[in-house]
Design a protein around this ligand. Sequence first.
Ligand SMILES: [Zn+2]
Length: 424
Amino acid sequence: MAITEKERDADYKALVKEIRVLSITLYCIIKDSTFQWRSKGTASVSIRGGVLHFEFNTQLWDMLSTTERMFVLLHEIYHVFLDHFGRLPPVTPVVSRAADLANNSALLKHFNFKRKKMKVLGPMLCWPDTIIPGLPLADDLSAEEYLWILEKNEDKLPKGEPGNTGVAGEEGSIDDHSKMDPKDLDKFLKGKMGEMKDDLMEEGLTEQKAQKELEKFIQDIPDADARESLGKMAGTGVGNLESVDDIIKKRKMTWTQYARYLKRSVLGLKENTVWIPDRRTHSLAQQGLFVPSYKERDGRRGRVCVVLFLDTSWSCDHLRPYFFGFAKALDPEIFEVITFGFNSKTYPINLANPQYIGGGTSFAFQSTFDKVTNPSKYGFVFTDGDVMGMSDITEPERWHWFLSANNTRAIPAGCAINMLKNFD
Ligand SMILES: [Zn+2]
């Protein structure tokens, strides 16, 4: 028998109530939302009149089990509080897939959904282990990291739009990411997170419990970037960039700008092969920027080698977006980029398919650096600074440190130090 609109309404409202049990903070984010059934399109989330607005294709909705409906609803909510629409470039099929990969794998882990039990969504949605045939990806990456990988493997991706529901929809994907205005979303999130503690108290929590609940929610967010910005909005002090003192006072620069600086310092200002005069080199050195020896490179026509070390100890997963942002911004014609992770030892990271090994105390990596054969090489370290055993660095002028916290005691004198808060 056909499902009536009334039944769908009741079903949707029951799901929203169940979300209150899963996470009271999520519930507060969506409790005032509006929704609408559509015969066209797929699912979507947008801001309408200052509140969240969901749309669902009835044909798709009716095909799904209750569990799968919950998955779709949470999928939309995850796009919202992970701020995919504000963080990622304008929507394309590849951007859509990256955001969906981050969402879908996070939902599996967070709420213990079983893919096998999702008869419709299981085979339909994109997942890290199946998106690129023959190249299973880690299931704990952010949307930016998935985007990086997908862009590198674009030729291997299935053609057309992600997912194919067979529903009489517009593009055949599970949800339409183009309906959300990032500016509206930013405003919504700022307002919502600012009032969240009051909202939680309205739901019957004591002030102390509301604060704890909110902190836990933000800590649990799988994506370091989103965690940080929501933490700031909610004033929970989660995210440690806020409390850091500036070491170098300078305007915020993006990785692209920074990479351009590097390029200019290697190629000369006109971006040809004329080397920068000493005077220019000197002024760049004063700014603490990357200054390879032009004499050294003069004899060799090879690329300058940038060896990136990412701290992957437990406290450092918020560094990954910076590491990726920088690696991505470097011009491959000028720079050879080699990437490592380190925790208690160093290990190579394949940017096209990164796997991060978590672990305890960070450790030295000079011996890894020594094995890089390109003589025109520079070490760039991304860490919270809590690094042990760095005394074996032999040429500190070749090392640049990018820190999220003001822990500089382990860093050998003569290394350049940059604070990550100065970068986007
Ligand atoms: Zn989506």
